[in-house]
Structure formats: C-alpha cells, structure tokens
Design a protein around this ligand. Structure first.
Ligand code: ADP
Ligand code: MG
Length: 279
C-alpha cells in the first residue's frame, strides 16, 4: 500500500472520456458521458453534481474501475492514476456507496476487517498490524463500543460509519463516495458530514463525492464540478476557499448564496426536477 501520508503526488485524470450503453432492440446506443476531461491532483474534497440520470455514478464507478457486466468501459478515453493508465482495481482507490454494502452476517469488527480476508491486503501486513488498523478505524468513526454488534442492530448512520471505517482502514489516497449520506435523516446526515470533515482533516486524501444536495456540496466541497444533462459534459467547475467546518453564518453569506444560485442555474438549465436544498 502507498504511504498514507504521501498525498502530495496523488492524481486521477479523466481524458476525453465518452461512455455509451447498448440500447435494447437494436436502437442507437445511449451516450451518457461526452468528452469529459477532469484532473484531481490534491488531497481535497471534490463534489460532483448533475441532473438525475446524467451519468454521475457511471463516472465515479469508472474512476474506481467498477465495471458494468458486458459493457466496455470507457467507450473512449482514458483514466490515469498518478499518470499511469488504469484498467483495473487500484490500490490507492476505494469506494463507498449509499447502501453501505455491509455484510449482515458479520460483526462490525469483521465488516471493517473484511479487506484483510482478501489475499491482496492480507499478505501486506502482519496480523497484529492489520488488527491494530481495524481498531484505529473503529476509533476514528466512533464505533469501538459497537464492534461486536451486527449491522441489523445499528442505525443507518452507524452502518454508514462502518462502511467509512472499512474504506479508511486501507488508508486510500483516493476515496470515491456515491451519494453516501443520501439515505440518512437530516440530523444524522449533518453529523456524518462533520465526521467526514474531521476524518479528512486527520487523513487527507482526494475525495470525489457525488451528491444531489446543493447544500451538501457547499458545506463539504473544496471544488464543485457540475455535469450537464445526458449526454453529460462538464457544465461548471469552481473552487470554494472557505475553510471547513463551514458555519451557518457562512452558509447564509452572499458568497454562499451566489454559489448556490450558480449551481441551481446549471441544474435548472438541464431540466432538473428533483433538486434538494437543505439548510
Ligand atoms: N449498466 C448499464 N446499462 C445500461 N444503461 C445504464 C447502465 N448503467 C447506467 N445506465 C444508464 O446511464 C444513465 C446514467 O446513469 P447513472 O450513471 O446511474 O446516472 P446518475 O448517477 O447521474 O443518476 C441512465 O440513463 C442509466 O439508465
Ligand atoms: Mg447515481
């Protein structure tokens, strides 16, 4: 595994990415992504927004080499990690999904330790080493006292923290998150957003975070990338310099309101009907 503190030379680059999916009944293929060029080369949080169905998950899965069965991915273009074309799972990249993907039959501890049941990771560490990494990840997400419980005994927020711990236990330099807090109630979402802010401060890595929540993008993002409707191109790409955690006062500031309107204009231009704004 890479040196976790060495985040200086991390980069993920999408070059001229196009993605098409085959259509049923011999119709023309569905073009979802159209010539996307994007470079992430800092241990920062990039928020990815766009209309529902525009291809956000397609793009994120492509960055994580999670391939749909039987569909060549990408149709055209290249994904480069640290300057090297990447066509399979990469040690530096880990994904977190909305539905946690926790194993119901395993305890919290075993869910977090799951990567070390795979030869790839088990062979790299002594048993005592990876066990200490699991304990630390549980401590980081505040679940040490729940380690013997099973997912069904935990709340949604706690389940998402198990998924976060399982991702962070590998100390990834690139963390891909697909609407990770979308299933959480408002208060739990706020708590988990704060936890992510804190984890990112202590373990900096390049996060790409898909959301359809404009406020979440403004609260968490160092950078905001907005995709247009299908076939998706990059409609906007800007930075937010306000340090985290961002206060309610900043959220009401003219700068934040202007940025919110800027994102909403793109989503409305794309005919987005389901924009969520939380305050
Ligand atoms: N494996 C697949 N096969 C065919 N079409 C797909 C597949 N995955 C996604 N799509 C289509 O691609 C488009 C973009 O999907 P997705 O990337 O999930 O969008 P988003 O995450 O922005 O909502 C949608 O029209 C969806 O139906
Ligand atoms: Mg999606």
């Amino acid at each position: 595994m890479s040196d976790p503190m060495n985040t200086a030379n991390i980069s993920i680059e999408l070059r001229n990415i196009c993605q098409e999916y085959p259509a049923p009944n011999g119709q023309a293929p569905l073009r979802v992504l159209d010539d996307i060029n994007l470079t992430l080369d800092k241990p920062s949080i990039t928020m990815l927004l766009g209309p529902s169905g525009c291809g956000k998950s397609t793009l994120l899965r492509m960055m994580g080499s999670v391939r749909p069965l039987g569909v060549p991915t990408p149709t055209r273009g290249e994904v480069l990690i640290n300057g090297v074309p990447c066509d399979g799972p990469h040690d530096d990249v880990v994904m977190v999904f909305q539905r946690y993907a926790n194993r119901p039959d395993l305890t919290v501890w075993d869910n977090v330790a799951f990567p070390f049941t795979l030869k790839l990771w088990r062979d790299r560490f002594k048993r005592t080493e990876w066990q200490a990494m699991v304990e630390q990840a549980l401590l980081d997400v505040g679940l040490s006292d729940k380690k013997n419980m099973r997912p069904a005994q935990l709340s949604g927020g706690q389940n998402q923290r198990v998924a976060l711990a399982r991702a962070l236990v590998l100390r990834p330099r690139i963390l891909l998150m697909d609407e990770p807090f979308g299933a959480l109630d408002a208060q739990t979402r706020t708590e988990t957003q704060l936890l992510l802010t804190e984890l990112h401060r202590t373990h900096p890595c390049a996060v790409v975070f898909v959301t359809h929540d404009v406020s979440e993008a403004l609260l968490l993002g160092d950078r905001v990338v907005v995709l247009s409707s299908q076939p998706a191109k990059i409609a906007d790409d800007f930075e937010i310099s306000e340090p985290r955690p961002r206060s309610a006062t900043w959220r009401r500031s003219s700068e934040a309101v202007r940025l919110e309107e800027r994102i909403l204009d793109h989503l409305h231009a794309a005919g987005q009907g389901q924009v969520r704004i939380t305050v």
